[in-house]
Write a protein that binds this ligand. Structure first.
Ligand SMILES: Nc1ncnc2c1ncn2[C@@H]1O[C@H](COP(=O)(O)OP(=O)(O)O)[C@@H](O)[C@H]1O
Ligand SMILES: O=C(CO)[C@H](O)[C@H](O)COP(=O)(O)O
Length: 453
């Protein structure tokens, strides 16, 4: 989302993970406005309305009064490419409270103190809305074409948010021949998990499903004609990096990985294999447990006040400790995915297969732990950068190469590999999951004790 930083128009971005609009999001949630039903009942501080309210309240003269547009990144990019300020249905529906069926809800913006948007017919946040894949204007402008080194006029599609493009890039793949439970079943039995800095859990349905603490249902926000529920974890890849880089043995890890020309994660995975002895690698964390919400919980608890927890630390700080802490962190993220899936299933989703993509899907340990801990097979795409496949699907629709997004999805998503769960380890992970749930219960008890007299 774009704005100004201390009035400097060249530093005008607020990152999605910026949590400064806490007071604003509390006030928005206190309104209990009906638009909140479509974001899991509670708006996230990572969404646009609280950030906009923060700007109005804190940077009125330097930004709010002067800004010409407020954009989500994908809409900003398509505007820069084509000069067309039309917004994607995806970004507006998922992050800005726009409804695919009813449009903007004036009463919401008035109630939260942003009536300015209503007064100017939403011109700064979008009053022309296009479905993802629709062709924008006359394609690349000569100026953008020069910047990108491409011919002018190339078709540019109305966009998707990065995670949604990843979901589109994987969820429609032809799975025949892999013996998966989702073969021959509706695409609604698949959950796309886009895992990078954060993780996004994208489930689709024919009818709207309201899942407490999970964003949506959003109509046509990812696959046209389907409702989308988007679960998420605010920090996942970022959390793993944080735990590993902050450990005392990190310099030793870096030196050893460099000497072997390996990434630190490939080195850690092979180190875990060395120290696991006769038992499966996941069993190394029998007495080390992590709660992963170092940046609050996005889904399904929708509680930005939650913090990270680790139990089972020892005095030693060698490479073995680092590797086991890394493993426990990866497992905690997978337990978070299990919690999200359980919430989605309790509300009516029926999921049998995970489709993983994003930077973390390059990590075989992360993928295996997701399979083992959820008990579901994981499908990896042939093209790891599935967000780019999703973007290419939209481009191929905008250029007229395919008549529909569904047709392009079926032709352009390809299965690379299937990772099966080790069902024999289920009992161990069920016990660790019990501990996982206790961690957050205890954290809430600690907060209540400290609040009391
Ligand atoms: N080869 C790899 N092996 C293990 N982890 C990786 C690898 N590449 C990226 N990652 C993890 O993925 C995260 C970044 O994922 P990426 O999809 O590139 O980010 P973003 O979500 O910001 O687009 C990093 O934080 C890192 O933890
Ligand atoms: O909210 C999201 C999608 O709706 C994502 O978390 C956000 O877009 C950032 O993703 P990342 O930095 O992990 O690529």
């Amino acid at each position: 989302m774009l704005c100004c930083h201390k009035g400097d128009p060249h530093r005008n971005i607020i990152m999605w993970l910026d949590h400064r609009a806490v007071s604003q999001v509390h006030r928005i949630n206190e309104t209990k406005h009906s638009v909140l039903q479509c974001v899991g009942g509670v708006m996230s501080v990572e969404m646009q309305a609280p950030k906009l309210l923060w700007l109005k309240e804190n940077m009125r003269e330097t930004c709010w009064d002067k800004a010409g547009h407020f954009f989500d990144l994908p809409d900003f990019l398509s505007w820069k490419a084509t000069g067309v300020s039309a917004r994607s249905l995806c970004s507006l529906v998922c992050k800005w409270t726009y409804s695919a069926e009813k449009g903007w809800d004036d009463s919401f913006w008035k109630m939260i103190g942003l009536e300015d948007f209503v007064a100017d017919n939403y011109s700064k946040i979008g009053n022309q809305v296009l479905p993802p894949g629709a062709s924008l204007g006359h394609g690349l402008t000569p100026e953008a074409a020069k910047d990108l080194g491409l011919p002018a006029g190339i078709a540019v599609a109305a966009s998707l948010i990065d995670a949604h493009a990843g979901g589109l890039g994987v969820i429609g793949a032809d799975v025949r021949g892999y013996g998966l439970a989702c073969e021959g079943q509706p695409v609604t039995s698949r959950l796309a998990v886009i895992c990078g800095t954060s993780s996004c859990h994208m489930g689709i349905s024919k009818d709207p499903i309201f899942v407490p603490g999970v964003w949506g249902p959003y109509f046509s926000a990812m696959v046209p004609g389907f409702w989308l529920n988007e679960g998420g974890q605010s920090v996942t890849g970022k959390l793993i990096d944080h735990m590993v880089q902050g450990h005392a043995a990190f310099p030793e890890l870096q030196a050893k990985a460099t000497a072997r020309c390996q990434s630190i994660y490939a080195y850690l995975n092979s180190h875990l294999d060395l120290i696991k002895k006769a038992r499966p690698v996941g069993f190394l964390t029998v007495d080390l447990h992590v709660w992963p919400d170092f940046h609050g919980n996005r889904s399904p608890l929708a509680d930005l006040t939650l913090k990270g927890m680790v139990t089972g630390l020892k005095l030693s700080q060698d490479l073995d400790d680092l590797a086991i802490l890394y493993l426990a962190t990866v497992q905690a993220i997978a337990f978070g995915t299990r919690l999200i899936i359980e919430a989605m299933e309790a509300a009516g989703h029926s999921i049998s297969t995970l489709f993983l993509c994003g930077g973390l899907s390059k990590n075989p340990l992360f993928v295996q732990m997701h399979a083992d801990i959820t008990g579901m097979p994981v499908v990896l795409s042939q093209e790891v950068e599935s967000v780019l496949v999703g973007a290419a699907i939209l481009g191929a629709c905008a250029s007229g190469d395919f008549a529909s997004v569904q047709e392009a999805m079926a032709r352009m998503s390809k299965v690379g590999k299937v990772v099966l769960p080790r069902l024999e380890d289920k009992r161990y992970y069920d016990k660790k999951y019990q501990v996982f749930l206790k961690l957050v219960e205890h954290q809430k008890e600690y907060a209540a004790i400290m609040k009391g007299d």
